[in-house]
Design a protein around this ligand. Structure first.
Ligand SMILES: CC(=O)N[C@@H](CCC[C@H](N)C(=O)O)C(=O)O
Length: 371
């Protein structure tokens, strides 16, 4: 498969980013693509908006799975690409178009020349929100095809193309989303003493939430509380009756996440009293940490180096991934694939270098043949 074909697939997928469990065009694209491959070793199933494809091995005693996430983000693209998103307000800003293309590239090679072992490709919906990995591993479709090993990759904008990075043990954090609704008493901007201002309450809450990590988490541990969205009020001269914060929390230890939640709730109680308002907290989706099985990392490093690429040990990151649920129940690992983008993950100008597609396909194919 030529590099231009991979680039063509990536660009087609880049045009149609869809949010979690709404990936219908993406699913159809994958199903249509598979139809043009040799079918003799392929078995295909769908689950929700995802696709599972098994390539029967020539002398299989086990099944090795590669998981690619398929959803986009609610971000307005600003790359200036000629092939930019045709879905207003949505973008593949986390590289899932790259992840899927690499899966289709490796699948193409294996469909033409199967490995000894069974290879299972999991095109999984809803990684960003609300989480597709957990319901996928609970599905009948995956239970029937339960793999012995599973692995996945994530693009790494800060690494050069040709560099691949992973580590033994903990790779990504535990995560919890955070949605906080404030209700007070609105009124005329000139009569603040008759009101309970929720723009002010939400602003104070945002600032104080930044002290939770600074003054409660052991400095030798790590955690993050990020408020990514703040909404409130509707016009400049009315004091806001409602406000809403949206954010996410990250920790390396489950107990630290419990502590963050306890402190968020304490802060909410304090704010209810001081600002005379009511506050509702919703923790949304929670993802389990990504913990690599140690036994795969050295063989994987060898696969990377045998293919002529550079392997580097990585540090754990505060990113989250619902792939953590797969690794909780199936042994395997995740790795970073260098894509050398001047803009990072979740940025409206993320521009992964497409030369990384071939690197990804080579390493995924070799891993499915050799692990
Ligand atoms: C790799 C990556 O960027 N993953 C996302 C996962 C989001 C989980 C959830 N929606 C949350 O925001 O907590 C990330 O933001 O790390």
């Amino acid at each position: 498969m030529k590099a231009e074909e991979l680039i063509g697939i990536r660009r087609e997928l880049h045009k149609i980013p869809e949010l979690g469990f709404k990936e219908t065009k993406t699913q159809q694209y994958i199903l249509d693509y598979i139809q043009q491959l040799p079918q003799d070793h392929l078995q295909i199933k769908t689950w929700e908006t995802g696709v599972l494809i098994k390539v029967l091995g020539t002398d299989a005693t086990k099944t090795i799975a590669y998981r690619a996430d398929i959803d986009g983000l609610p971000i307005q693209e600003d790359t200036g690409y000629a092939f930019q998103s045709t879905h207003e307000g949505n973008m593949h800003a986390c590289g899932h178009d790259m992840h899927m293309t690499i899966a289709l590239g490796a699948l193409t090679r294996l469909a033409r020349e199967p490995a000894e072992q069974n290879a299972l490709f999991l095109f999984q919906p809803a990684e960003e929100w609300p989480g597709g990995a957990l319901p996928m591993i609970e599905s009948e479709q995956l239970k029937e095809w339960w793999p012995d090993t599973v692995f996945a990759l994530h693009i790494a904008p800060e690494l050069p193309v040709g560099t691949i990075s992973s580590r033994k043990g903990l790779l990504f954090a535990n995560t919890s989303e955070l949605f906080i609704d404030f209700k007070g008493k609105g009124g005329h901007a000139a009569y603040p003493h008759f009101t309970r201002d929720m723009v002010l309450a939400a602003s104070q809450f945002t600032v104080q939430a930044q002290q939770i990590v600074a003054r409660n988490v052991d400095p030798l541990d790590s955690a993050v509380v990020t408020i990514g969205k703040i909404e409130g009020g509707f016009v400049q001269n009315v004091i806001a009756e409602n406000a809403r914060l949206e954010g996410t929390m990250r920790s390396f230890h489950a107990e630290t996440m419990d502590l963050l939640k306890e402190k968020i709730e304490a802060l909410a109680k304090g704010t209810e009293i001081s600002q005379e308002c009511s506050i509702k907290i919703d923790y949304g989706s929670n993802y389990y940490q990504v913990r690599n099985s140690e036994k795969f990392i050295e063989p994987f490093q060898k696969i990377v180096e045998d293919n002529g690429y550079h392997y580097r040990d990585s540090k754990p990151a505060m990113t989250g991934e619902d792939f953590g649920y797969m690794l909780r129940d199936i042994s395997g690992f995740m790795f970073w694939l260098g894509v050398d983008s001047p803009y990072g993950l979740h940025h409206s100008k993320l521009q992964p270098n497409e030369e990384a597609l071939e690197v990804g396909v080579n390493v995924v194919e070799a891993s499915l043949r050799r692990l």
